[in-house]
Design a protein around this ligand. Structure first.
Ligand code: SF4
Length: 504
């Protein structure tokens, strides 16, 4: 394609270099498993949205090599519009090398309405500020421009998103699942800019790789997949590893050449950031035995170490759940009965076919007695899931809430500056803390896990796929999930043991 498409136009609006790299150096993009999972979710949302207005036709044609035949799709669209088809999905238009496909084109009297479908959620009118909606507004304005240039009378434009407040009943109700917002006023303003933007984008594509500063546009509205390429040569740790500094400030420092920790010594940094820089430069550790000892006294026997794995689906799959709700499908639990006692382990993993939550909650109530001390790493996540389960299953609520009430956060000594090692690289996540504390134990290295699951993102992507795998693949995937989650709680045990050593 020599011109623009919706995604190329919005890429240009985010950053001209982003568009240029997308076209000429796509191999430099960093695409992770989570991004791939989001695409899959987006496709499911698109399929469901097509049913919003009843009967429809979907423009689709492929070339012999399997790629989309855009010219044939444009022709299909024209024919159906002439025939008066009410709803056309993927309605395709081309003009001077520019192309766009409208998610749903809907007949409205003597004209047509554009419906742009997104897999993001509507979270209430308060969140719908022009700034928040800008990325969608630009996208729709471009579509309106292409259609208008093609002689189509566009009457209204709508944004279709998943309704966060929808709760799945016995059957999926597309009207309740989606929220539809009229975008006419917002689009009018952006529409006026499209022509100029298109010509600037074409100039960008006709030139050499543009120079663009690292700035907020690398992060908003989306994390740019070329960030690693644009910052290549930057060593770790660097300004982007600084704990809880806002991205804009990091970019300012980066563009002033203050990239490595040596360059940041005289900068105004908060206490934790200063500690990061000084411990790294002086190769020192921060260990405060007395404070660690006080913290450890709050952990009592029998002591439990709990970790959940969850998945989120755009379209809710289980009754009583909402779009993108966290569905807890697995846990790992280690525990020790008494000082010097044996380490025990148990776990739960759903079958990836039915709703895993009820059985998981029941087993958890059998595994963790009321009133005992549990630990979680970054407990907000585990407590949040426990409260949700308690809400979903009132007969288990008292027990589940009791577990949540007695969880102590194992991240506390790190967040509260009782321990800091330069190897943590400004992160208190267990994936950074563990190798810093226990660098020589290959058993504790997530990279050494033999299976396909090495992090939470992979776990949440693989679990729902198990239902469609062959028996052998499913067995391997389940084994991999079990080993991964078990390592998460074993890691917590090892962190706790190390803290005990440090307190002595
Ligand atoms: S990383 Fe930033 S500068 Fe580089 S292409 Fe992306 S948005 Fe542009």
């Amino acid at each position: 394609m020599k011109g623009l498409s919706k995604s190329r136009y919005t890429a240009f609006c985010q950053c001209p270099k982003n568009l240029w790299l997308k076209v000429f150096k796509p191999e430099e993009a960093t695409v992770d498993e989570a991004l791939q999972a989001r695409f899959e979710q987006g496709n499911k949302v698109g399929d469901e949205a097509m049913k919003l207005f009843g009967e429809y036709k979907e423009a689709h044609a492929e070339k012999p090599d399997g790629s989309l035949d855009l010219a044939a799709m444009v022709e299909q669209t024209q024919q159906w519009m002439q025939q008066g088809v009410e709803n056309i999905c993927e309605a395709s238009f081309a003009l001077d090398g520019h192309y766009c496909a409208v998610d749903i084109l809907r007949k409205n009297g003597d004209g047509w309405d554009i419906y742009e479908v997104k897999s993001s959620t509507y979270k209430g009118d308060k969140e719908d500020t022009p700034k928040h909606l800008l990325v969608y507004t630009r996208d729709i304005a471009y579509q309106k421009w292409v259609l208008t240039q093609c002689g189509v009378k566009v009457k209204s434009c709508y944004l279709v998103r998943l309704n966060k407040f929808y709760v799945l009943g016995k059957e999926l109700d597309p009207k309740g699942l989606f929220h539809i917002k009229n975008m006419d006023d917002l689009v009018e303003n952006e529409y006026a800019k499209v022509k100029a933007n298109v010509s600037l984008a074409l100039k960008t594509l006709a030139g050499n790789e543009p120079d663009e500063p690292i700035a907020i546009h690398c992060h908003e509205p989306y994390d740019c997949s070329f960030f690693q390429y644009c910052t290549k040569g930057m060593e770790e740790p660097n300004v982007f590893n600084l704990y809880r500094m806002n991205f804009k400030k990091k970019c300012e420092l980066y563009n002033q050449g203050k990239i490595n920790f040596e360059d940041l010594v005289n900068e105004k940094l908060n206490e934790i950031q200063q500690m990061q820089v000084s411990t790294f430069l002086n190769n020192t550790q921060l260990v405060t035995p007395k404070e660690i000892g006080e913290f450890l006294k709050t952990l009592t026997y029998p002591l439990y170490f709990l970790d959940f794995e969850t998945m989120q689906t755009a379209i809710p799959e289980y009754e009583g759940t909402s779009p993108y709700q966290q569905i807890t499908f697995q846990y790992s639990l280690h525990w020790i009965e008494e000082e010097g006692g044996e380490l025990h382990h148990t776990d739960y993993l759903g079958d990836s076919v039915s709703d895993p939550r009820r059985k998981l909650a029941e087993k958890l109530c059998r595994d963790i007695p009321k009133g005992v001390c549990s630990t979680a790493y970054n407990k907000g996540f585990e407590c949040g899931r426990l409260r949700e389960l308690a809400k979903a299953y009132p007969d288990l609520a008292e027990h589940l809430n009791d577990i949540a009430d007695h969880i102590i956060d194992l991240i506390e000594p790190f967040r509260k500056k009782m321990v800091y090692l330069p190897e943590m690289n400004g992160s208190f996540s267990i994936k950074h803390v563990l190798p810093a504390l226990q660098p020589d134990d290959p058993e504790l290295n997530y990279k050494n896990l033999a299976g396909s699951v090495h992090n939470g993102g992979e776990a949440m992507t693989i679990y729902p796929r198990i239902a469609k795998m062959s028996q052998a693949e499913a067995d391997a995937a389940r084994q991999s999930l079990l080993e991964y989650c078990k390592l998460d709680t074993l890691a917590m045990v090892k962190v706790w043991e190390k803290l005990k050593e440090m307190a002595e």
